[in-house]
Design a protein around this ligand. Structure first.
Ligand code: G6P
Length: 490
């Protein structure tokens, strides 16, 4: 950067690294989990930008530092703020509200107060890093007030916001006691991006119903309340007194080439063979990979698999299911309950169907490095993505990118953003257990020819539409905004 600040600033709840305490008491920074990090890392490295986010631990007061080709700017959160803003309002109010209220959202005023306070802190940190006229890209539901707060502090900035999770229908969003403030927060951006067209339409409908603003298609006209420009300063690029906010879909993707290349290395291919061998070389290896989250339909999937074993349509040791469930949001009660439920179900099915040396389900409550994931994807015959609701689901895309041998079937829930794009997958309604059982059985028996045809179609899509294209498209749309504006001269 120059001494004047960064031209591209990303604001997200998490930094792309977590601060962890080692056994000897020293601290170190490690790459943090989650789709957002893998999505943005290559973009940031290329742009030499700054990333404002939380370290993942309480009370970390660290100065900005350079790592992985970017400037990292840690924002401090106290233990109480983690409980109220992160576990509370973000993950026990907004998260369930945005995912079909699968778990009932909790509404607490002190959580909302913490959310407002923390969003302000993030906005201030971003304002302190951004160069004059810079682009600031705000990410996800934890940061929905940042666009408006930032615009108030820095009217010179171009502000984009991307919502990684579903935007709920008006009828559900309207439950939120602070619904209007959240919408006004988002309208601080110039461009509001969503995963699917349906999410953008939900947002526009919410704007129409909850505000007096005029909308035209996906464009909202907002009165400009920025301070008047000082003499000699560039006037704002919009017409006097108003600006436009555009909502649109930008389906996110992954660093596809990286997964493809990883799955072609001798190490990963050997590891894939070793995994199959260690599982007793089953003829059908099914795989599930998720954060342990109630939106992912893990119970529904395991139930369907268990019934296929009960019915004798799949048999142990012929078939095996590997379920990776990486630990997530472990202080939130709904996640603790889910863990108990999943683990009881896995225990029951293993008790009924497992044999010495051959379990029915290999359940792993860990996260793994990308190379190990690539080996698992390559080893699997059938990938099960059965979310009850999911903004996109990047695991589905990772599986496809790693299937370099074109052997593998993707069973994919209709309720994922990925289902809009990935024709070639076998779509399922995870609530329909019988339907899901039939589809899993069909996937397990699919002829290699059909498998190849489907996988080729999937791979073409995922390798073409990668995360670089996604971010370039979003940023190009955001930076093109002034060109479309009205001439500011009277
Ligand atoms: C989803 C969200 C991300 C979040 C990730 C991991 O993908 O859209 O914003 O970072 O889950 O969740 P966590 O709560 O651990 O950050």
């Amino acid at each position: 950067m120059g001494s004047q600040g960064y031209k591209l600033v990303v604001v997200a709840n998490r930094l792309p690294v977590d601060q962890t305490v080692e056994e000897d008491g020293t601290t170190s920074w490690r790459r943090s989990p989650g789709g957002l990090v893998s999505a943005l890392e290559p973009v940031m490295r290329a742009a030499d930008g700054a990333w404002v986010g939380w370290s993942g631990a309480p009370d970390v007061e660290a100065e900005p530092f350079d790592a992985q080709g970017m400037r990292l700017v840690p924002v401090r959160l106290s233990g109480e703020e983690i409980a109220d803003y992160y576990e509370g309002f973000s993950n026990d109010t907004l998260w369930p509200l945005s995912h079909d209220v699968i778990s009932p959202p909790e509404f607490h005023r002190h959580w909302w107060d913490a959310y407002r306070r923390v969003n302000k802190r993030f906005a201030e940190a971003a304002a302190g890093q951004a160069a004059q006229g810079a682009v600031v890209w705000v990410h996800d539901y934890q940061m929905q007030l940042v666009p408006a707060l930032l615009r108030e502090m820095r009217p010179d900035l171009r502000i984009g916001y991307f919502h990684h999770i579903p935007f709920p229908p008006l009828e559900i969003f309207a439950q939120l006691p602070w619904r209007r403030q959240v919408v006004e927060g988002l309208l601080g951006a110039d461009l509001v991006g969503f995963q699917r067209g349906g999410d953008a339409s939900n947002f526009i409908r919410v704007v129409r119903r909850l505000t007096d603003l005029t909308t035209r298609g996906q464009v909202v006209t907002v009165p400009r309340n920025a301070p008047p420009t000082a003499p000699g300063e560039e006037p704002p690029p919009h017409g006097h007194g108003e600006r436009h906010v555009r909502a649109a879909a930008f389906p996110i993707s992954i660093d596809s080439a990286r997964f493809d290349a990883m799955a072609r290395t001798d190490e990963v291919r050997a590891r894939a063979r070793e995994i199959r061998h260690d599982l007793g070389d089953p003829s059908i290896l099914l795989l599930g990979v998720d954060r342990l989250d109630y939106t992912k339909g893990i119970r529904h999937r395991i139930k369907a698999y268990g019934e296929l074993l009960d019915d004798g349509r799949l048999k142990i040791p012929d078939a095996a299911l590997v379920q990776v469930a990486s630990p997530s949001r472990e202080n939130v009660e709904a996640y603790q309950q889910l863990r108990d439920d999943v683990e009881a179900l896995v225990g029951r099915i293993n008790g009924e169907h497992g044999q010495i040396g051959a379990a029915a389900i290999y359940y792993m409550h860990h996260s793994y490095p990308p190379e190990e994931m690539a080996a698992l994807y390559l080893a699997a015959d059938v990938m099960l993505v059965t979310s009850l609701r999911d903004g996109m689901n990047l695991v589905a895309k990772e599986f496809v990118a790693a299937c370099t041998d074109e052997r593998g079937v993707l069973v994919l829930s209709e309720f994922t953003g990925a289902a809009d794009e990935l024709s070639g997958a076998l779509l399922v309604n995870p609530h329909d257990i019988d339907g899901m059982k039939d589809t899993i059985a069909r996937a397990a028996q699919m002829e290699p020819r059909e498998m190849r045809t489907r996988m080729r179609r999937l791979r073409r899509r995922v390798l073409d539409d990668d995360v670089t294209k996604w971010s370039q498209t979003f940023l190009a749309t955001l930076t093109a905004v002034p060109a479309r504006k009205v001439d500011p001269t009277p």
